[in-house]
Design a protein around this ligand. Structure first.
Ligand code: FE2
Length: 279
């Protein structure tokens, strides 16, 4: 076992678990260097045309909805000037890269598939784990946007519920630079909504419209190299980064291979690229 029985019990009780020093500083830095190289190689012209034309909303949705088996780049909300050009340099404008880094890029593949992670998925009771999605999140200094309170299972739904999020701090994450906030025990609230594909695009099916008990949110300030495990049902958020420090993080989401993955989840992959586990 990688996790102690106490850690496993904590995860069940709180809906999250903080594992300090899970990856060493060198591994964090290698991922960061690779993400910066990907951004350097990325030609923003295509994406800029998508995000800044009159048809912006539909084309931006298609770019996002087709990214489940690709490496695509998403801009901060306020990255563009009214004339469609970038307000800041390219590498200061990217919000995140997603969603198949772990399958398409060798450096991310190596980081995402380790014996420790495989053991950890077993310790969490996830049977035949499959790596569904990966995101590199920049949380840029000064302009890194807020992520409002949500449950990951709203966006990645399985029956039975079998999702775990792995959130790796590649730099120190503090209240100042926009660390995660979570509601301890909030996974007991149950799933409040689902984001589903339908004939007219995406829509939210709402099961419970009461507001989040945000007064129960606590900041998860962690050091570089820490892994935060998040149950798919745990309500969490992060605030804007108004500081001068970036807050890079890498996230992976795994699902149980025995659970049903609905065809109306947003993330769908080509049959040529089936999901893989830790092998
Ligand atoms: Fe999330």
């Amino acid at each position: 076992m990688y996790l102690t029985r106490e850690q496993q019990a904590d995860y069940k009780r709180q809906g999250f678990l903080i594992v300090e020093s899970f990856v060493d500083a060198g591994a964090c830095d290698r991922l960061r260097v690779r993400a910066e190289a990907l951004v350097h190689e990325f030609d923003p012209a295509e994406a800029i045309s998508i995000f800044s034309t009159r048809e912006q909303s539909r084309r931006a949705d298609d770019y996002f909805l087709g990214s489940g088996d690709k490496i695509r780049f998403f801009f901060e909300e306020n990255a563009f000037l009214p004339n469609g050009s970038l307000r800041h340099s390219k590498n200061r404008s990217i919000n995140k890269i997603g969603h198949a880094l772990h399958d398409l890029d060798p450096v991310f593949d190596k980081f995402s598939r380790t014996p420790e992670l495989k053991q950890l998925s077993a310790d969490l009771g996830i049977e035949q784990p499959l790596l569904l999605q990966s995101m590199y999140i920049f949380k840029q200094p000064k302009i890194g946007g807020e992520v409002t309170c949500h449950q990951d299972s709203t966006f990645i739904y399985t029956e039975p519920m079998s999702i775990a999020g792995l959130w790796f701090a590649l730099e120190d994450a503090t209240v100042e630079n926009g660390c995660l906030w979570a509601i301890p025990g909030g996974h007991e609230i149950g799933l409040k909504s689902r984001w589903q594909r339908s004939q007219d695009g995406m829509h939210f099916e709402v099961f419970d419209s009461t507001p989040w008990p945000e007064e129960r949110l606590v900041p998860l300030e962690v050091r570089k190299g820490t892994l935060i495990l998040l149950s798919g049902l745990l309500p969490h958020k992060s605030l804007e980064n108004k500081s001068a420090k970036s807050r890079h993080a890498y996230t992976l989401h795994m699902i149980g291979g025995n659970s049903d993955y609905p065809a109306d989840n947003w993330l769908q992959r080509s049959t040529a690229m089936p999901l893989r586990g830790f092998e």
